[in-house]
Structure formats: C-alpha cells, structure tokens
Design a protein around this ligand. Sequence first.
Ligand SMILES: [Zn+2]
Length: 314
Amino acid sequence: MFPVLELTDDVRRVTLPLPTPPGHVHAYLLRADDGWTLVDAGLGLPDLEAELRALVAGLDAPVVRIVITHMHPDHVGGAAPAAAATGAEVWQGALDHEQCERVWGDPDWPRRVADWFAAHGTPEAVTRDLLERGPLYASFIRFARDVHPLREGDAVAGWRVVELPGHADGHIGLLRGGRLVAGDHLLPGISPAVGVYPESRPDPLGAYLGSLRRTIELGPSLAYPGHGDPIADPAARARELLEHHAGRRDATGRALADGAATGYEVSLALFPDTVEPGARRFAVAEALSHLERLAALGRAARRGHGRVVSYTPC
Ligand SMILES: [Zn+2]
C-alpha cells in the first residue's frame, strides 16, 4: 500500500515507488466538494493499477479527476492505469499532451533520440541502452490518450492552473490560497533537470528562468514538489535556482573558451562526476540547454560539422 500523508484538511500526499533515483515520486490528492483530484500518477509499473484501487477504496470520497503536471515518465506514465483504477478522466496541459504523443507515442523514439545524442558527440556506450531497453522503458509509460487540455488561468477543483515551462515545455502547476502544487518545477535539495531534446522547444532554460522569476512574483507561501518535502519559502528556492543557473551559465562559457565543443564535451566539464549512462544523457541535455541559452544571448553559435553539432564562442 502506498504511504499517504495528510498535509492539510484538503491535501494528502501519496508516495509512489520509482526503480531509479530518487526512488520515489509524490502524487497529491486535493479535496473539493465533488471529491478528490489526483495530481500526477507515478510511473506505470505493473502493479500500479491494483495499488491505486486499494488506495481509492480507503478514501472517504471518490477520485473524480486526474491532473498531470508534466510529461515525464514518473508523472505521466501511470495516467492510464490511474484512470482505470478510479474511473476518472485525465486533465493535462495542452502542449504537454501534444509532446507526450510525439515522444512516448512514437515507436521510433528510442532510435530518434539515440541518433540525436550521437549528433551531439555522445559515444555509443552512453546511448546503447536506449535501444536495448527501449521496449521495457516504453512499457512503463502508459499515458492517457484522451485528455482534457488545460491552459493558464483554467480552474480545476478550485485551484488555478499556472503554466511553468522549463523543466518540461508544457509543465503546469496548481495554485490556491498561496499554495502551489509544483510538480518538478521546484524541488528541494536538487536542481530540477532542464534539457534540450529532439521534440523540445529550442530554449527551455530561458523558459525555466522566466518561470522561476514568475514564481517569485506569484509569491506562494508553500510548494508541494514531486520529490522531497514541502518547500516552505518557494520564492527563496526560486532565487537559489536562478543563482545556480547563473553559475552554470558562466561555467558553460568557460567550457567553450578553447573553441568549438560538442554538447557531450561541455557536459563533461559541467558534470565531471557523472558515470551512469542515463545520468550522462541528462547531463548532455542540460549542457545543451545552457549552450542554447548562450546562443539566444548571442554569446555562442551552433555549427554543424558533417553529422556532428558543435558550439563556438562569439
Ligand atoms: Zn520531471
């Protein structure tokens, strides 16, 4: 049985297991007059539906809708099993759902993404398991095909939808009475990953920095993150993350100081201690987000040399 923690009268936190670090992901149950709203659905592991049926049976009211904050497998992967377990319909950011279809709905995605990493200088040893384990990964991503699209300003169960692009292009949060259900937009202790991928917008880091500044303006007093404990001062956390990325931007500039470098080479400079292939791929995607930010600022240029893309300072 998944652990459930009562945070307030109208918010409960459900902790779901993940087979990879950080080992867990939080979903949230929000109470409204018509029943519970489940925010995020975890990874679509084989026993998820049965576990959620047991969870729902123990609630004092039905789950009447499911909201997905963003398209990453540990948040959207369980959406279809959650819908089956609860009988509820799924609500998801409009752009986020489109990207879900284009990425997880494409059977050729592992090949496309492996080729794309190769074009950014990534060795085959780092991309091999994308192809070898692609079907297994895909079996855990059971997103909902039919969803109600959500956009900035929509109301859901008395909470307001806020678009917070960056960690994912179509990432949304829910805001009510100074509390923000934040998905992975803000996390305690770790910097939410921001990466460029084949189907992503060109400058996700620029979007993320804008969403951090927006968080400071919105000034929530509490954030409920997808991983880790509630964040007591979300604006302060947003400022820390802005500072963190300013440091990374400077380090990316230094990594280009000797001339042209690929996204993979810059990732080695920014994340020298990363060893595991999956973590290295995140590092490459994040290095590319910094390189594209520098390109948007006119401080770097992207060049194609044959089949390999590199960046030069300017
Ligand atoms: Zn995420």
